[in-house]
Write a protein that binds this ligand. Structure first.
Ligand code: FES
Length: 155
């Protein structure tokens, strides 16, 4: 696949959509390389624990979205984007905002589904499962917690 920004690169990291998966892939790639070096010099195991690290961010306030609604959020201090949903009052979910068909950003809500207008894929806003369209792969989901009025997402 060539870069959609037509920069001529087959796999272009500069123009690739910023997602938690991309960020983790990049981090894992670097950590994987470091783990190989660490193993070589007798520090095996260091890379494994570093790769398992995750971080929790305040993504939004509970009042930022209505019940049955969704909100795109960029996690503070990162370029990681997530879509937050509130399928039931007080229940918040977080998913990758990129369609699993061709990685186009989701664009709306239809009933209880998140929708990709590109080719009509739909995803359940509670589970992230694919519910229609050209993909059977659900959205990547993230652990979400509520603390006071803060919706926190762990990636
Ligand atoms: S890119 Fe979303 S349905 Fe094709």
């Amino acid at each position: 696949m060539t870069c959609e920004n037509l920069c001529g690169t087959v796999v272009c990291e500069e123009h690739a959509p910023k997602t938690p998966e991309n960020a983790l892939l990049s981090r894992r790639g670097l950590l994987g390389a470091f783990a190989g070096i660490a193993a070589t010099i007798g520090l095996a195991g260091f890379g494994d624990s570093a790769m398992a690290a995750s971080k929790t961010y305040v993504a939004c306030k509970t009042t930022d979205l209505k019940v049955g609604g969704a909100k795109l959020a960029t996690l503070p201090g990162t370029s990681i984007q997530v879509v937050i949903t509130q399928p039931k009052k007080g229940t918040f979910k977080a998913f990758s905002p990129f369609c699993t068909h061709q990685r186009v950003m989701l664009s709306g809500i239809q009933g209880t589904n998140l929708v990709c207008q590109q080719h009509g894929a739909t995803f359940n806003m509670t589970s992230g499962a694919a519910t229609g369209g050209p993909t059977r792969t659900g959205l990547k989901s993230y652990t979400t917690t509520v603390s006071g009025t803060s919706v926190k997402v762990t990636v």
